[in-house]
Design a protein around this ligand. Structure first.
Ligand code: ABF
Length: 232
């Protein structure tokens, strides 16, 4: 039955985003996340840059959409290069108690991982619906796979994670910013998630997974009771 009093998650996403953006200081190189929560962070960084509160900010975007949004918000955006980022702020699909994450329902997992692995601090922002007691509880695990031979890769993945499907919102599969496809896997609970990550990364045709293990330093999680700060 639908919830008769659904909570509007948008103000919560924004509250979490504002808490994270408060950590940014002038001169920082900032990883810009993707999705509806990260959007609030990008807009707030842009607002602070525009009114002069923050100067010398350089953003590195984790998707084409965030790149466009950031430039529209008045931010300087550069491509990822080997220099570290001071901070990255992004959303997530699941947040476990140890801050292991599932990311990638928004389709940007590869650029997110490439960018956020270089961040000195990865700060996650979310509403309370993203909290889980174990990884795989609510969300499928997005796995980016090469387009060439994708049916073979899907078969290989089905041997490892039996439940799942190629992401296909319409007549054609979903295509990532990198020209790849995504397989959304259903995880068995209580499994060894680090071992699964190693196995998936060793599977031919897999480009990257949406498991972000041991990467996040902190999460700001908003509910109607306020914003909770979680650390590893
Ligand atoms: C990105 O946006 C992804 O890693 C994740 O899939 C998604 C979360 O989006 P939203 O904030 O819209 O729920 O950060």
């Amino acid at each position: 039955m639908p919830d008769p009093h659904p909570v509007d998650l948008e103000p919560l996403k924004k509250e979490a985003a504002l808490r994270a953006v408060a950590l940014i200081q002038s001169g920082m190189r900032v990883g810009l996340g993707t999705g509806s929560t990260a959007r609030y962070a990008i807009l707030e960084i842009g607002r602070r840059v525009q009114n002069g509160e923050l100067t010398g900010i350089v953003g590195v975007a984790t998707s084409e959409a965030s790149d466009v949004l950031a430039r529209e918000a008045g931010l300087t955006v550069e491509d990822l290069d080997p220099r570290p980022l001071d901070i990255a702020i992004d959303g997530a699909d699941e947040i476990a108690p140890n801050l292991d994450l599932i990311k990638g329902l928004g389709g940007a997992l590869l650029r997110e991982k490439l960018t956020e692995i270089q961040a000195r601090r990865l700060i996650i922002i979310a509403d309370h619906s993203k909290i889980v007691s174990q990884i795989g509880e609510k969300s499928p695990l997005p796995i980016e796979i090469a387009r060439f031979g994708f049916l073979s890769t899907v078969e290989r993945l089905r041997q490892i994670v039996p439940g799942g499907r190629l992401r296909q919102p319409g007549a054609q599969p979903y295509v990532t910013d990198n020209g790849n496809y995504i397989y959304d896997a259903q995880l068995a609970l209580d499994g060894d998630i680090a071992a699964l990550e190693r196995q998936l990364k060793g599977t031919l045709g897999v480009v990257e997974t949406g498991l972000f293990l041991g990467m996040a330093e902190r999460a700001f999680v908003a509910s109607t009771d306020g914003v909770r700060e979680l650390s590893r």
